[in-house]
Design a binder for this molecule. Sequence first.
Ligand code: ADP
Length: 510
Amino acid sequence: MRDSQDQLPNPSHSESRLFEAALDASSNGVVITDNLLPDQPIIYCNRAFEQLTGYDRDEIIGHNCRFLQSGDRDQDARSEIREAIENGKNCQVEIRNYKKNGEMIWNELMISPVTNNEGQITHFIGIQNDVSRRKAAETELAKEKEYLEERVVERTRDLELSEAYQASIIETIRESLVVLDKEMKVLSVNEHFCKFFKLKSKEIIGQVLFSIGDNGQWDIPELKDLLLKILPHNNPFEGFELENEFPRIGRKLLVLNARQVMLKGKYQERILLAIEDITERREIEQRKEDFISIASHEMKTPLTSIKGNIQLLERKAQRNNDSEYMVGFTKAAKSIERLERLIDDLLDVSKIQSGKIEFHFTDFQFDDLVTEAVSGVQAATQTHKLNITGSSNTEIAGDYGRLEQVLINLLNNAVKYSPSADEVKIHISRVSDYVKVAITDSGVGIHQRDHKRIFERFYRAEQITEKFPGVGIGLYVSSQIIKEHKGTLWVESEEGKGSVFNFTIPIKKK
Ligand code: ADP
């Protein structure tokens, strides 16, 4: 260390070598610049500095430190360094430096001034550390953070949108919704509820449901019971019908469904009660029922007269041996019979609906009933052979005519829905306390999804509606008749593989 060496403390030669060896052993780059010389050149650098920068000592000594920034001058850290040097202060900055091979490194630089006895700054000591890896990690982290922040903003916006979306659904839904807490107090209601019951939400929020209104319309023991069971046992209910006079809207028939509220996969101490007004729908249904009932009654009288007259004419043609007329009259009589059956079925439907269907129970041998029904259908069927096997040898108590109606219906269906077959099998048996009949055809069969629905009023399996005539009430009436006998009627079938219609009836207890 030359020239300005006299400005530095003057260690002995051996001490100086010791210091240099210590500095060379340091992993931090160390430089000393001379502050009294023009352009403050570097007068010392250790080995770590050479390694850090890739320059040899020869290429370093004498240069101003700025050579390390190459062309990258526009750095805030530079003005900080300049200010510290001008004011003789310590400073610590992170600055982009460039190695001899052009590679950029982040240099964590600490600068401290060295003063002489007169307080004059003679040197600056710079200690450097390559923090490129840390900086890269920091940048990566910052990027990640920025990305995450963007995602959070996006998610929040999505959530806000979906909450607004759900709220708009709840508000537009044409069903009244009420949220109750565990004490059955109303926590919130949707707009439809207020509109429908002509109430303001503040009149009901916080009130116990059962105390709303002035004539206890909601104070219904069965409803109370159902609602109180929901939370402790997570026991939802559906289809509770409630008919009542409501203060501002009159008499209404409502259907109530209720369940425990679930939020983010967790059950809450809240009940969601959905209320549907079915007053109008029920009225329309009732009008439809009334129409079917009146129309079938009205048709029955003229039909009876037509039937009587046709029979008269048929007999006359028979007497006159007029075969041409006879064929025509027989055809007409058959059509009338079909029409009569249909009207009877329709009348039965309305009787079932109004609970006015009557049963006349007597005791008889079950096997006789089945045999009679089978021979009746066989007489009208040329295409299929109806084969009976088994027996029950059992007397039962039932409505003979109604049970015959069931059997005729099942047998006619078995024939109708197996157009390519030539046999229907009927098996009679006694199973425990029951008599049982199984009617097997090898016809079109029934898809699993329709096994229950075919017993509903006017339901017909989709794929057969065009191919086979019918209105879909035979099985409905049959199942009601069997129910009245405390028995069960069911089907086992696969599409394309035929069907087995079974029913059981409990035998008469002696
Ligand atoms: P309909 O025969 O007038 O349609 P039903 O009430 O007797 O009315 O039967 C209801 C429906 O059940 C039928 O439309 C048909 O889809 C199905 N079904 C009844 N019996 C059979 C059967 N033996 N094979 C296949 N499908 C049947």
